[in-house]
Design a binder for this molecule. Structure first.
Ligand SMILES: Cc1cc2nc3c(=O)[nH]c(=O)nc-3n(C[C@H](O)[C@H](O)[C@H](O)COP(=O)(O)O)c2cc1C
Length: 475
């Protein structure tokens, strides 16, 4: 088992930390992490856009279920791409019942992303998934493992059953997860059985290391005691990190800008972390040479950084959005807003706000056609339904949802696809608007840029680590 490097490039969904970024970081000897969130849609949209460069087809040629890959390519690939203003065709919404064809698409999409990230070097590649998004988790993990993923990183929930699932999937055995269904009294499970896809089982896969992403030492302690398999370490993420944040402990208080207020109860006690005897990486606001140095001084094995990588050349965010954000950062006209309502998950979500950076509005005509953030609930007839507080109000209420839940919600699924140039076309040629997220550190991007208007992943790695080793040498 190879040691995880001191710098982890954080997983950034949807498609921000794609295979190009993870490959760039991994080939520099650090941990490059692809985001596995929503990859089935990313995959079929890239295919519909012509699979420019033939990368997905190259990865598919190495997929161990050849008939499956060719069938999926035949179904979704448009070699000449879409015509101007043409809508993307959608994959059917995911349901919790096992559907081998739908699962195979998730397996292939995750395989291809990890395979491409690993191509041409010997570095380590990880995959990040959100615990809360349950139905795709098992096929996503299995696809990533078929491609040789070295590490799985999961937060946004309590990933207690993931270590056991990794053990099972490495042996090509059936795996299952407890499915959180609102209103259900009896346990519900989601299952994935690799046997269904093989005529003859191949040799066991290597079991990736598992890092749990936590925002509290109490959660790390619980996970270490109660996880159903081996945990290899933790990423300790503070509320300054980009993307979703854990909500503050206790009653929600808001500051004058309407952002959640965090207090001493939210601080992680690193002496408790040290007592667990597993390595930990600090995340959130440590994307600077001083941040890295201070992490080591606090006993960390390293840092996980997202924000600095999110706007480098290799990330999946469109060039236009990167340019607008970098210009605003250089002009000092950018701010980060931690919005307690924007995300249908109910977790606070950080938004980049700057003149010239477009932002999907809460007043957008609501459409829920990707559905990754839908949550399951028990219908009166005993069947399981799915609802999202970002979907049309009437639909949500008809499904028993509380109208108050819908206030201020944005459609993250569609907006995040727009961030990476895969936004859906709506009526009259309009496309879904983006919604950028980044950590509080983004306001200090100008310092790192030092007058540059673009930069590469290698610049970030060098900034964080070389400067740090120089400082360490001086101490
Ligand atoms: C654009 C963006 C998207 C992110 N998406 C995810 C995600 O999908 N899953 C996750 O666990 N963390 C996500 N994060 C958090 C990062 O993995 C990382 O922990 C964080 O960015 C570290 O703090 P920093 O923003 O101060 O660098 C995201 C961060 C950014 C900036």
């Amino acid at each position: 088992m190879q040691a995880i490097p001191k710098l982890i490039q954080g997983g950034m969904g949807i498609g921000v930390s794609d295979w190009r970024l993870a490959r760039a970081v991994a080939s520099l000897g650090q941990l490059g992490v692809v985001s596995g969130t929503g990859l089935d849609t990313v995959f079929v949209r890239r295919l519909q856009s012509g699979d420019i460069g033939g990368h997905l087809r190259r990865a598919c040629a190495h997929f161990p279920w050849p008939g499956v890959a060719s069938k999926i390519l035949q179904r979704w690939l448009r070699p000449a791409g879409r015509t101007h203003g043409e809508r993307y065709e959608l994959v059917p919404l995911y349901v919790h019942r096992t559907d081998p064809e739908r699962d195979a698409l998730v397996v292939l999409a995750n395989f291809a992303e990890v395979w491409l990230a690993r191509e041409g070097h010997n570095g380590l590649v990880g995959i990040n998934l959100l615990t809360k998004i349950q139905p795709q988790t098992l096929p996503a993990l299995y696809g990533a493992m078929l491609a040789g993923v070295a590490c799985v990183l999961m937060g946004a929930g309590i990933p207690r059953e993931i270590p056991g699932a990794l053990d099972a999937l490495a042996a090509h055995s059936p795996a299952s997860l407890h499915y959180e269904v609102a209103g259900a009294n009896n346990p519900v499970h989601i299952e994935f059985d690799p046997h269904a896809y093989w005529h003859e089982l191949p040799a066991a896969l290597s079991r990736p290391q598992f890092l749990a992403i936590v925002a509290a030492h109490s959660l790390a302690t619980v996970l270490q005691r109660k996880a159903n398999g081996r945990i290899d370490g933790f990423v300790v993420e503070s509320p300054t990190a980009g993307g979703h944040n854990a909500p503050p402990r206790g009653n929600l208080a808001l500051d004058e800008r309407g952002q959640p207020v965090y207090g001493v109860r939210d601080e992680v006690d690193l002496t408790v972390m040290q007592g667990l005897g597993l390595p930990y990486w600090l995340a959130g606001g440590v994307g600077s040479p001083e941040g890295v140095k201070s992490a080591f001084e606090q006993g960390a094995a390293g840092v996980q950084v997202g924000t600095l990588f999110a706007f480098c050349d290799e990330s999946g965010i469109t060039r236009e959005l990167k340019d607008a954000t970098i210009a605003a950062a250089n002009a000092g006209s950018l701010r980060i807003h931690t919005d307690p309502r924007a995300s249908p998950t109910g977790y606070p979500f950080k938004l980049v706000q700057a003149a010239g950076v477009p932002e999907s509005s809460p007043e957008r005509d609501r459409v829920c056609d990707l559905g990754y953030l839908r949550t399951p609930y028990l219908r009166p007839d005993g069947s399981i339904g799915q609802r999202c507080s970002g979907e049309p109000l009437a639909h949500y209420v008809n499904k028993g949802g509380d109208p108050a839940d819908t206030i201020g919600r944005r459609c993250l699924c569609n907006a995040l696809m727009a961030n990476i140039g895969l936004g859906q076309v709506r009526g009259a040629g309009t496309t879904e608007q983006p919604l950028l997220t980044a950590g509080d550190d983004l306001v200090r991007l100008a310092r790192f840029l030092a007058g540059r208007v673009r930069y590469r992943a290698a610049d970030v790695v060098q900034y964080l680590l070389q400067a740090n080793s120089r400082q360490q040498a001086l101490v």
